[in-house]
Design a protein around this ligand. Structure first.
Ligand SMILES: NC(=O)c1ccc[n+]([C@@H]2O[C@H](COP(=O)([O-])OP(=O)(O)OC[C@H]3O[C@@H](n4cnc5c(N)ncnc54)[C@H](O)[C@@H]3O)[C@@H](O)[C@H]2O)c1
Ligand SMILES: N[C@H](CO)Cc1c[nH]c[nH+]1
Ligand SMILES: [Zn+2]
Length: 427
């Protein structure tokens, strides 16, 4: 990991460090545009061709049905079942509280306004399955979709070498009451859900994280279809803010945890202590070689760095500019600095709160904005699966109260038909 001293960085250096342009030469864009065009033109047959090309799998059928999912799920052990069910229960508990009914507001006597929630009817969930298969992501997307009450839930995930999904994905499908999974991965899955094919229904909104191909496809289809997306949720990132109360072995473990997602992941340490920084680097040297995914994590660390600051305030300033997907505050003083967080997807407080807890089971959602999109986007929640429709009702008294104001405003804009729609009701 490269090391920088905050005091020696110019504003331009900081800008360069916090910037994550994942596709500088538009190479990924070019691949994805071609995939989208092919899926649009050739539908299911393009999906079968891409399974062969990218996943090295010959598909005779594009989906698994309920009976096949039940059979696959039989391979799961009682311990694995319990872990998935505990995660399900915690995620459910946390997300259920997000479904709130709002109060009606009488803005003037006789003029009442309010909002009501309605589920998005058709949603598409993308469950990553390239470098690692992520049943946890299925829980993170399926649970809020169910709580929101979405009517149609289309699920796509890359086919594994078996030509199927694994037992854990199958078991989560059963937990969620989902009885079909399409064996489609990558940008072709996003194109299929955005445009529809012979087998896959077009959806109103696509959810889910993925690699750079998936994320690029999501951003591209937004401008060419009426299908919405949750957010750009690409390669995982973590930024750890640490001081001399942090524990180097824990910091190293947290940096490596996100690095093992993929060689394009990024782990950043912003630390006020030179001694803790040095000890963390030594811990990485110790922990990295024994990881099964050491090669991937090592590549991600080549793309990662450490910034040494002179205070937690400076560290937080850097973090707010970076806008990390995950922010870990590895300090006893976390309560004093949470108020100064401006940009972050999800925050982990204190030395005993690893990001892994939120990745899997504490209850919060792990589908989060990356590449500095945390400046403007929130992570997935029940809100992401509903629309908030505004309503208003005006009584006879209300039209008298509000009428003149609307007439004057309509007059200001020269829109006489607008004015008349009120005047005609007043008299
Ligand atoms: N931000 C978040 O909320 C979040 C959550 C979980 C995971 N993630 C990230 O999701 C990503 C998952 O990536 P993954 O690759 O393991 O799985 P993936 O399912 O996103 O991608 C696999 C698919 O990519 C396609 N693909 C692979 N190589 C290709 C190529 N050269 N050209 C075109 N398409 C190609 C294939 O179709 C393959 O099925 C990781 O980067 C991980 O960090 C992010
Ligand atoms: N850290 C990922 C979000 O960036 C989520 C995840 C899934 N499995 C393990 N981790
Ligand atoms: Zn993770």
């Amino acid at each position: 990991m490269k090391l920088f001293k905050y005091s020696e960085l110019t504003a331009k250096d900081i800008q360069k460090l916090v910037q994550r342009n994942v596709d500088p030469a538009n190479e990924i864009r070019a691949v994805v545009e071609e995939v989208i065009a092919n899926v649009q033109q050739h539908g299911d047959s393009a999906l079968i061709d891409y399974a062969q090309k990218f996943d090295k799998v010959t598909l005779t059928k594009l989906f698994l049905d309920k009976a096949e999912l039940e059979e696959l799920a039989e391979a799961i052990t009682p311990e694995q079942k319990t872990a998935l069910e505990t995660a399900y229960s915690n995620i459910y508990k946390f997300h259920q509280t997000q479904l709130k009914t709002e109060q009606k507001v009488e803005t003037m006597p006789g003029v009442t306004c309010w909002r009501e929630l309605r589920p998005i009817e058709k949603v598409g969930l993308y469950i990553p399955g390239g470098s690692a298969v992520l049943p946890s992501t299925f829980l993170m997307l399926g649970i809020p979709a169910r709580i929101a009450g979405c009517h149609e839930i289309v699920v796509c995930s890359p086919p594994q070498k078996s030509g199927k999904v694994n037992a854990f994905i199958a078991y989560v499908a059963l937990l969620l009451g989902i009885d079909k999974i399409y064996l489609v991965g990558g940008s072709q899955a996003i194109a299929a859900m955005a445009y529809g094919t012979e087998s896959i229904a077009r959806v109103d909104k696509i959810f889910g994280p993925g690699n750079q191909f998936v994320t690029k496809a999501k951003t591209l289809i937004q401008s060419t279809t009426t299908t919405a997306i949750d957010m750009p949720a690409g390669p995982s990132e973590v930024l750890v803010i640490a001081d001399d109360t942090a524990i180097p072995a824990y910091i190293a473990a947290d940096l490596l945890a996100q690095a093992e997602h993929g060689s394009d992941s990024q782990s950043v340490l912003v630390c006020t202590s030179a001694a803790i920084t040095e000890a963390t680097l030594a811990e990485i040297e110790k922990q990295l070689p024994v990881l099964p995914r050491a090669e991937i994590a090592g590549l991600a660390l080549d793309n990662s760095y450490i910034v040494v600051t002179s205070s937690l305030a400076e560290a937080m300033d850097f973090s707010n500019r970076y806008a990390p997907e995950h922010l870990i505050l590895a300090t006893h003083s976390w309560e004093q600095i949470t108020g100064s967080i401006i940009n972050a997807g999800s925050v982990f407080l204190g030395n005993l709160t690893p990001e892994s807890a939120g990745d899997y089971a504490s209850g919060t959602n792990h589908t989060l904005p990356t590449s500095s999109y945390a400046r403007a986007y929130s992570g997935v929640s029940v809100d992401s699966f509903v629309k908030k429709i505004t309503f208003q009702h005006i009584t006879r008294e209300g039209i008298q109260n509000i009428g003149h104001t609307v007439e004057v405003l309509a007059e200001m804009e020269g829109l006489h038909a607008h004015r008349n729609a009120v005047s005609i009701r007043k008299s």
